[in-house]
Each structure stands twice: as structure tokens, then as C-alpha cells.
Design a protein. Structure first.
Length: 457
């Protein structure tokens, strides 16, 4: 009997899974394993919302594997040590894993490769599992990656994509391989109240439903905050419970403006992965350092706390931050606005905001979260690094009736336009009746402060 190990990381599915397909095709028995590594916790990635969603994904993956005659093996400890021991125990000749882009994932791959080679075994790293196009496949002349989205998108859209793989019909797992219990969501504390169910089954169901009922309106409606016309597939893509390649194929088949807009968003996801793969330090360091610094000290700390709690005095910013706390998710337009307000109106370091997002976002992905924050903060790949989003203008454009604000900021539920977006303009008893804070800073004052810090005025 030949044996292969499939190490699951951020690719928790059975459909369109190149490592699993290769292992089933090249060995008589396969050991699908997921390792709960304390190093991930120490690195700050074990946020409650993601742990709960992860538990759902693992439970669903185990169920899917059992339906095919297999099961998921769960271990806890150092990933390299656990996989090496498992390969020795089963006599596995090869370990299959999806390629990662973060510095952490790359170090893990290097350590695992060396450990396996010392034992006379092989590590097979598969590209195009987490992203549509592998991060290193596209590069302009004279550089190792694209730093501007538009030319990257042009090249990306012209690529011939592989056909998604079907899930294996059957697989055999050695009977004597032990497993720790599969984690359960119920064991995780401090989870956001409205966190969605995780797992490939839920993700595929959501994808099918959205393609049939939501995709056609996505082109015009994806920025409508109250309409909530986005796919909400990002958590499933982050955990690999859905294949981005399959999502592109299925959306492209339907076509239309909605399909094109959705596929473009998936290209943005690949774009950020290729930037981080080329510049791993961008997870914490400025991709393009700017002159000046960030506000620090008690006043800046107080502003940061107010931003986190959704009490900045700007209704759309506060609505977005409260949605994040309740759902572990935030509308993309809200993310852009909240990030711009913190980094360019309050002039607080983007890293503070990125860390808060990673603590709560169920789709908290290092590549997309950190590089989107840098894009907004002006230290990333934005070709207009000093653009500042006006929360009032954004509210009137993307929440014109105020429905999104009224939902998430109930103190303002009784206000009509335009007061729902500018409650500070109320006077006398009308203002006194609204238990909502005054703005932390005037927008013109915030803009001038930002320009001074950046040496623009």
C-alpha cells in the first residue's frame, strides 16, 4: 500500500482541490490532516470569529471526507513535527500542500520540506489552490510583481484558467491513524452574534444562490450599503471552503455586467496576494513609505477607541464599525470609508486599524486586509495616495435614504434626511433629543491636519 498525506491549511474543501486530487491519483491511501498549530495563535490569527468559522469548516470537511469513505485527521502541535511524525507512522512517501504567500506559510513550507527530505520523503507544493492565478506567474518586464492593479488585471483577464477539478468519489484512509476531536464552534467564546455558518457545504450553497439571484444586479448594486448586494463569499474564499477558480468560471459563464464586476473583485484578491508574495514585509511595513508620521499619545488613543466602538460622530463610519462588531463582517464600501477615516481624517497609523479588523473579521486575510488598508492609507499601491474619502458625501451617495445608518445606529433611527447623516446640524431640543456624540473632528480640520502631516500644505 502506498500512502500520501494531504496537509490542509487555508484550503478546506474537497471540490477543485489539486493537492487532494494528486494524492488520490498517486497513492492507494490518503491521510487528510489539519494541524492546530499554537504558532498560529501566537501570531495573532486565532481570533474568535475565525476560530468559530474554522470549526464549522473542519466539521463540514470531515463530513464530506466520510461520505467518500475517508475522514479528517486533526492534530495539535507544531505543524512540521506533527506532519513528519504522521508520514513516518504511515510510511507516506509524499506530502501534498497548497502554496502559501505569507512569510509564515513560506517558512512552514521550507521547514517541512527539509524535515521530509531528511527522512527520504517529498513535499509537493501546489500552486493555484488559494488564488486563481499563482502569485508569481504574472510580472511586468523588469519587476517581480505588478504594483498597479489595472495592468495586472489586463494580464490576468487574458490568462487561460485551468478547469476546476471534481471532488474525489472515494478515498481510503489508513484505519490505525489516530485523530484528535474535530473542533466545535460551541467551544469558542466571544463570537460575534450574527456570524454566518462556515464550511464548504454552506459556501457552495451560498455561491449557487447568489449566482442565480444576486449576480445580475451586482454591477450596479455592489456599492449600495443598505441593499447589501455583495456576495458575502469572502469568508469561504479566505478559508478555502470555496475555490476562487471555480467561482470565476461559474460567474464568467453567466456573464453580464454583474459577472464582470464580480470577477474583477476576485482579480483584486489575486493582485494583493501577488504583492504580498513578492513583498512579505508589507504585512506590517509600509509598501511605499510616506513623509511625516502618525498621531500618537492620549488624544490619538481616545480617537482610536471611539472609532473601534462606533462613536466617532459620523453616522456612516459608526454604522460600518458596529456592523463589524455584530457580524464579524463589513460591507466593502464601509471598509474603505472606515479605513480612510481612521488613517486620513484621524491620522492614526493604519496598522492599528488593520489589527482591529483582523481581530473581528471572519474573512481576515493578511494579504487582502493589510494591503487594502495600505491602499487606503496612502502607503500601498493606490496611484492617488492622498485621496481622502468624505464620510458625509459617501453617505449621501451610497446610503441616500439612510437605511444602512438607521439599521446600525439606532440612536438615529427616528431622523429623516439629511439629519440622519449630519445630526450635528440639528439645534436646540431636536439635537438634545438625539443621544449621539458630536464629531471627533471637523472634516476640513481633519483634512488640513492630514495635509500638514504629509507635508502637502
Amino acid at each position: 500500500m502506498t500512502v500520501s498525506v494531504v496537509l490542509y491549511t487555508s484550503d478546506l474543501r474537497v471540490h477543485d482541490h489539486p493537492p487532494l486530487r494528486a494524492a488520490v491519483g498517486r497513492a492507494d491511501e490518503v491521510v487528510p490532516v489539519f494541524v492546530r498549530d499554537p504558532a498560529v495563535d501566537r501570531a495573532g490569527f486565532a481570533a474568535p470569529n475565525r476560530l468559530a468559522f474554522l470549526a464549522d469548516c473542519l466539521e463540514d470537511l470531515d463530513r464530506s471526507l466520510r461520505e467518500r469513505g475517508g475522514r479528517l485527521v486533526v492534530r495539535e502541535g507544531d505543524t512540521v513535527a506533527e506532519v513528519r511524525a504522521l508520514a513516518r507512522r504511515t510510511g507516506a512517501e509524499e506530502v501534498h500542500v497548497a502554496a502559501g504567500v505569507t512569510a509564515f506559510a513560506r517558512r512552514r513550507e521550507d521547514r517541512l520540506r527539509r524535515a521530509l527530505e531528511e527522512d527520504g520523503r517529498r513535499l509537493s507544493v501546489h500552486d493555484g489552490v488559494v488564488t486563481v492565478v499563482p502569485p508569481g506567474d504574472l510580472a511586468p518586464q523588469g519587476s517581480d510583481h505588478y504594483a498597479v492593479f489595472t495592468p495586472y488585471h489586463r494580464r490576468w483577464a487574458a490568462e487561460s484558467l485551468r478547469t476546476p477539478f471534481a471532488a474525489p468519489r472515494t478515498l481510503r484512509v489508513p484505519a490505525d491513524v489516530r485523530s484528535d476531536p474535530v473542533p466545535l464552534r460551541s467551544a469558542v467564546a466571544d463570537v460575534s452574534p450574527a456570524l454566518p455558518a462556515g464550511g464548504e457545504s454552506a459556501g457552495r450553497e451560498r455561491l449557487a444562490s447568489w449566482l442565480s439571484a444576486g449576480l445580475d444586479g451586482y454591477g450596479d448594486g455592489h456599492d449600495d450599503l443598505a441593499g447589501d448586494a455583495t456576495s458575502r463569499l469572502s469568508p469561504y474564499l479566505h478559508f478555502g471552503a470555496l475555490s476562487a477558480t471555480e467561482a470565476v468560471h461559474r460567474a464568467a459563464r453567466r456573464g453580464g455586467a454583474g459577472g464582470e464586476a464580480f470577477v474583477r473583485q476576485l482579480c483584486w484578491r489575486d493582485f494583493h496576494h501577488q504583492v504580498l508574495a513578492a513583498r512579505p514585509a508589507a504585512a506590517e511595513a509600509d509598501y511605499r513609505p510616506r513623509p511625516g508620521g502618525w498621531r500618537v499619545g492620549p488624544d490619538a488613543d481616545a480617537d482610536l477607541a471611539a472609532w473601534k466602538e462606533g462613536r466617532t460622530g459620523y453616522p456612516l463610519v459608526d454604522a460600518a464599525m458596529r456592523q463589524l462588531a455584530h457580524e464579524g463582517w463589513m460591507h466593502n464600501r464601509g471598509r474603505l470609508l472606515a479605513a480612510s477615516f481612521l488613517s486620513k481624517t484621524l491620522c492614526v497609523d493604519w496598522r492599528e486599524g488593520a489589527r482591529h479588523f483582523l481581530r473581528l473579521l471572519v474573512d481576515g486575510d493578511v494579504a487582502n486586509n493589510q494591503l487594502n488598508w495600505q491602499w487606503v492609507a496612502g502607503t500601498g499601491t493606490d496611484t492617488r495616495p492622498h485621496r481622502v474619502l468624505n464620510p458625509v458625501a459617501q453617505a449621501k451617495r451610497y446610503d441616500p435614504e439612510g437605511r444602512y445608518v438607521r439599521r446600525w445606529v439606532p440612536e438615529l433611527a427616528g431622523l429623516e434626511r439629511p439629519a440622519v447623516h449630519e445630526p450635528w446640524r440639528l439645534t436646540g431640543p431636536d439635537r438634545a433629543a438625539v443621544a449621539y456624540p458630536e464629531p471627533l473632528i471637523g472634516l476640513s480640520e481633519g483634512l488640513e491636519r492630514y495635509r500638514r502631516l504629509r507635508g502637502l500644505s
